[in-house]
Design a protein around this ligand. Structure first.
Ligand code: PEP
Length: 251
């Protein structure tokens, strides 16, 4: 059965006390959501322990926003997958466009990080998506296909059960411009066919594919009504508990 997920990427926002308060509010309000929707929050690394504590007993999952591409050792400033699981993370986001764009995250690195995360028992939210130039040049299907293949074709159908894909057109992130439901759906269907091509129809059908990019309470319902859109990766709107919950309630 395909899972529906709404995940909040807090990026580099909130202090630890603010993050704990937000997590508590999300946890309290999540109680009324339908059981088939999983909520996940991804605070900054510094918040993870405290937010894990705040979420205890709730049905809200915890994710990191990134992980190191090494197991441990002399990598100043990096955070290892074992550190993430030790504070109660169940997920890590990988390949967010901001990391690809500002921190040189390559598909090759993402293969290493995905492997380390899966081996540690973390689930991975792998982000893919084209930028504005690529969309305007009509290359969006090719870019997303290549990003998906470059990382996920190195894994097995069994591994893929622990992977969620987030399609995030870069031109829609934090810009207020959302892809239309039809634009998002055609890419989601393409990603599903890329998964089917290598791993078979069942694996493709079970894959959760999220949409991300200026998703908010006013457009979530239309997006989530599409047959290949299984939830959202939410940036700005995840910083307000009411908006985040309203998005999750749009299913
Ligand atoms: C994101 O960066 O993952 C994102 C979807 O951001 P926003 O919702 O703010 O566009």
């Amino acid at each position: 059965m395909r899972k529906y997920i709404v995940a909040g990427n807090w990026k580099m926002n909130t202090t630890v006390p603010e993050g704990v308060a937000l997590a508590k509010e999300v946890a309290a309000k999540a109680k009324d959501l339908p059981a088939n929707v999983e909520l996940v929050v991804a605070p900054p690394f510094t918040h993870l322990s405290a937010v894990a504590e705040a979420l205890k007993g709730s049905k809200v999952g915890l994710s990191a926003q990134n992980c190191a591409d090494h197991e441990k050792g002399a990598y100043t400033g990096e955070v290892a997958v074992s550190m993430l699981t030790s504070v109660g993370c169940q997920y890590t986001i990988l390949g967010h466009s901001e990391r690809r764009q500002y921190y040189g995250e390559t598909d090759e690195k993402l293969v290493v990080k995905t492997r380390l995360a899966l081996e540690a028992g973390l689930k991975v939210i792998l982000c893919v998506g084209e930028n504005l130039d690529e969309r305007e040049a009509g290359k969006h299907f090719a870019v997303v296909t290549e990003q998906t293949k470059n990382v996920l074709y190195n894994f097995t159908a069994e591994d893929l059960k622990k992977v969620v894909i987030a399609y995030e057109p870069v031109w829609a992130i934090g810009t207020g411009k959302t892809a239309t439901a039809a634009q998002a759906e055609e890419i989601h269907a393409c990603i599903r066919s890329v998964i089917a091509e290598k791993f078979g129809a069942e694996a493709a059908d079970e894959m959760t594919i999220l949409y991300g990019g200026s998703c908010k309470p006013s457009n979530a319902k239309e997006l989530f009504a599409e047959k290949d859109i299984d939830g959202g990766l939410i940036g700005g709107a995840a910083l307000k508990a009411d908006d985040f919950i309203a998005i999750a309630a749009s299913f």
